[in-house]
Design a protein around this ligand. Structure first.
Ligand SMILES: [Zn+2]
Length: 414
């Protein structure tokens, strides 16, 4: 991997960088769409490519179950299997294993789980996770970590954090022995729950291994914790992680979360949110989410967003048409998925342009003013951005401040 910082925001911790991997250059900060089963739901690889996206995420757990490693080996890896000639990141499989398997027992050796198909007990070890990811052949691979919910408290959080460090060492050994370090890049995952001391200890240990890892992820968040705690953990990690390595915040997808994370120094994020919410009829726009199931769009003949370069908006597909087919035809999910991925790319592309131009604080203020309008700003966003020198209230002193998670939008999860 080549990683080069091109510009820094003089106010916040945001930076623009260039990450060169075996399948091309990706500009950071970026949002990575999730192609769980080697496909972004509703889109072909060629359609994703046509949207200008060049880094996506595959789920190791799902690919290991189906099509399985035998077929991926025969295909020559996941790039060839899915017809994707750009950059690819795979998770370690640990998170899905714990959240989806009915039986999972964590031991020092690895995670023991039962297959959802035949119930057979299987052990996923750090070495096995590396071997699977080597077969998949992603450009960025993640260490196996011991995952606990961000709502877990007590000694289990520390136990999982220390085990994650020991598993990182085993992943590093297995990866270095594979001879694939020049084409596949291993990322460590910082754990430690919501406890600042545990996070500090984890950071210290993982930074000691900086010469043997290509980048760092911040894990164990986005599990329902208070947002005011969430951003403080992100800031603590981003402040301490090595400046010359990419930083990946896992499971972040709401536009305001992305921009706050970028301001705190995060370079990469992934989430199923934009594609999932599309399938439930919600278009993401710079004026906030638009639920096309609402009757108010029945005779609205504008595109979702005037001037949006996505195929749906530039084809002139009307809101009325989308409303008409939204719960009935897969074409609606397809159209909204393309629009939403372009929206995410525009939010991040706009951030990169603004950082390069030295206008990122103004970009944030304009984005929040348009996105939240008079609904009010989430208090945690105001606090987080103040911590890096941007006062969202400077131009809008009378805007409402919403405590907790922020505006209760219908983001259309059923
Ligand atoms: Zn569009």
């Amino acid at each position: 991997m080549e990683f080069e910082i091109l510009a820094r925001c003089p106010t916040t911790k945001a930076r623009v960088s260039r990450m060169k991997l075996a399948h091309g250059v990706t500009a950071l900060p970026t949002f990575m769409p999730v192609a769980t089963q080697a496909a972004i739901k509703g889109l072909t690889a060629q359609q994703v490519e046509a949207l200008g996206i060049n880094l996506i995420l595959n789920n190791t757990y799902h690919l290991n179950l189906r099509p399985g490693m035998k077929i991926l080996k025969e295909a020559g890896g996941a790039h060839r299997f899915q017809g994707w000639n750009h950059n690819l990141l795979t998770d370690s499989g640990g998170f899905q294993l714990v959240s989806l398997s009915k039986f999972t027992k964590i031991t020092e050796e690895g995670a023991l789980f039962s297959s959802p198909f035949d119930g057979e007990l299987t052990m996923l070890t750090p070495e096995e996770s590396m071997a699977i990811q080597h077969t998949i052949g992603a450009d960025i691979i993640m260490q196996l970590d011991d995952v606990v919910s961000s709502l877990t408290t007590g000694p289990r959080v520390g136990e999982a954090m220390w085990r994650t460090i020991r598993w990182l060492d085993r992943c590093i050994e297995a990866h270095e022995q594979s001879g694939k370090t020049d084409v596949q890049n291993l990322f460590a995952i910082v754990q430690g729950g919501l406890d600042p001391d545990l996070r500090d200890q984890c950071l210290e240990e993982m930074i000691k291994r900086r010469d043997r890892v290509a980048g760092y992820a911040i894990g164990g968040l986005s599990g329902g914790e208070e947002k005011d705690v969430f951003w403080r953990v992100i800031k603590q990690c981003a402040d301490k992680l090595p400046d010359d390595r990419p930083r990946y915040s896992m499971g972040i997808g709401f536009a305001e979360d992305l921009l706050v994370c970028v301001a705190l120094g995060v370079d990469m994020a992934d989430c199923v949110f934009p594609t999932r919410t599309a399938r439930f009829g919600v278009a993401l726009t710079f004026n906030g989410p638009m639920n096309l199931r609402s009757a108010k769009y029945a005779s609205d003949f504008k595109p979702i967003t005037e001037g949006c370069p996505c195929p749906t908006c530039s084809d002139g597909t009307t809101r009325a048409m989308l409303h008409h087919i939204v719960a009935l035809e897969t074409a609606a999910a397809h159209a909204l998925t393309q629009h939403n991925l372009v929206f995410q790319a525009r939010v991040m592309g706009g951030a990169r342009d603004a950082i390069m131009a030295g206008t990122f604080p103004q970009y944030l203020k304009t984005f929040f003013a348009n996105y939240f309008g008079d609904d009010g700003y989430p208090e945690w966003c105001v606090n987080a951005l103040r911590s890096v020198g941007v006062d969202l209230l400077e131009d809008r002193p009378n805007v409402k401040i919403i405590p907790g998670q922020g505006v209760k939008w219908d983001r259309a999860e059923p």
